[in-house]
Design a protein. Structure first.
Lengths: 80, 152
């Protein structure tokens, strides 16, 4: 599964990475896998204000994603 | 009703954008516009040379369009025009234009105020200020969220 990062998350993790999953799993489980992959910056992804976005919609942590989908993790936004 | 929201990858000329809004006005009696400018100083007082505004390939323009459309639906305005830059912006340069036209002034003032409160907290950008001694990600402040909450 392809995972994209934005803003300060991209500083820590790069703009994208791959998470190996073979069956549907929740956003929370993807966060856990990423925390294992990036232990030094794990707390960044645990922040509840970092939202997950699938198919251009914000989804809750319980949302199930398929192995062929991609996830965008987005930190708080600010324009103006 | 005329609602326009644009993501600008180049520079932003506020006078040209205001002129664009003025050209669209026909029977309206008021135009209100706001221009946001990249500050040359961080909250801590450090010098800022530039802002980097990262954006999402689809969500960013969607958010600008949603905010502009909501303003048009909420206030008695006939035109809403939002132009927001992305990429690298030097201190002192305009970042955003938010304008509205209405029959009477109050609706246009309120729409511009509303547009900026929503843009500050919901427009999909990630903003970083950079200077000789700093590289800070900027997120909405409590005051930004309180300003946004005024409209709920």
């Amino acid at each position: 599964m392809r995972v994209h990062f934005y803003g300060r998350l991209a500083d820590a993790f790069g703009t994208e990475t791959e998470v190996e999953i073979s069956e549907p799993c929740s956003i929370a489980q993807v966060r856990e896998r990423l925390a294992i992959k990036y232990p030094r910056d794990a707390e960044l992804l645990g922040n509840r204000r970092v939202r997950a976005c699938v198919d251009d919609s914000i989804v809750p942590d319980g949302h199930l994603v398929q192995p062929d989908e991609s996830i965008d993790f987005i930190p708080p936004v600010s324009g103006g | 009703m005329n609602v326009v929201a644009r993501l600008e990858t180049g520079t932003l000329d506020p006078a040209a954008v205001l002129n664009e809004l003025m050209q669209a006005v026909s029977t309206d009696g008021a135009v209100v516009s706001f221009v946001g400018i990249a500050r040359g100083q961080a909250r801590g007082g450090e010098a800022v040379d530039r802002l980097a505004l990262e954006h999402h390939p689809r969500l960013t323009l969607d958010s600008l369009e949603r905010i502009a459309t909501d303003a048009a639906a909420r206030f008695a305005v006939n035109h809403v025009l939002v132009v927001h830059r992305c990429g690298e912006i030097a201190a002192g340069e305009p970042i955003v234009f938010a304008g509205a036209a209405s029959a009477h002034r109050r609706a246009a003032f309120e729409a511009a105020d509303y547009l900026m409160d929503r843009l500050k907290t919901e427009a999909v950008f990630w903003k970083r200020e950079e200077g000789p001694a700093i590289r800070n990600w900027i997120e909405p402040t409590d005051s930004d969220y309180a300003d946004r909450a005024r409209w709920e």
